[in-house]
Design a protein around this ligand. Sequence first.
Ligand code: HSE
Length: 314
Amino acid sequence: MDNKYITAFAPASIGNLAVGFDMLGLAIEGAGDRVSVRKVSEKGVSIKEIYDLNGNPHAGLSKNSNENTASIAAQALWQAENGQDGIEMLIYKGIPLQSGMGSSAASAVAGAVAVNALLDSPLPIAELMPYVLEGEKFASGGIHADNVAPSLIGGMVFCPPSYLPKITSIDVPKNISSVLVHPDLIVNTEESRNGLTNNYSMSQWLEQQSYLAGFLLGLQHNDLALIKNNMHDVIIEPQRVGSVVCFDDIKTSAMEMGALGCSLSGSGPSIFALCENDIAPDVKAKMMDIFNSNNINSQGWVSPLNSSGAYVES
Ligand code: HSE
């Protein structure tokens, strides 16, 4: 049996993008999870070790393969494709947990992409969607693909729940970057989702629909004013921002500096902005400064809107 490890990388991602709750997501560059897999004679998928950002055994994640998004996605794919023997897995977490950066999604994607490479006939990458969704379902208690889809195929993705497992890449302008800042805080996505109310008005619903349409048209035509005028969330963001200290200051500052829009990344606590490329590094620095002046450490990333999705590294 060829039992060399194969390693896949899957990037972090921004869910919702302010206007598209559960249906728009964006891959980011520079942060992600890695999963290494090899075939072993013992049936099933087992997790040998999970490493944290410092390369130490991870204190916060279970090695039970029924309780980890990477192994759940891997197991679903391996079974569906009648993989012989079993899989042993190493997980390298590069994304903080409960960060709003698609941490559980990136593990699921890296797990599926690594196992796919062990198959005699690997599937085209977008066909891994049903399996990575199994992982995400375990993590957040719902079916939403706005983290797994961009982590899998890269760039910006339209992935409404009713359309899954189909997903659509969105053509994006080259002159816009994303800024993502992760404060040293945590928000549990499942709890945050459970706390959302269905109590919104027809006028709010219509307003949000018009923002989504306007945002997508703005991207299509590279019309910065149209993007900016429509990058609003009147339903979800107001319900969630209370859990992120200094969100209002950060959003106000980013917009004053010329950002096109600024909102929570997924359920937070990370905050993202879209900006023209030339101001993105300064917007990132300002967002981090505000966290810092509130005694909260943070990390930040600037990415092109077309950054790559998951891939096999070795
Ligand atoms: N769309 C999801 C939510 C993303 O907002 O709950 C979670 O990262």
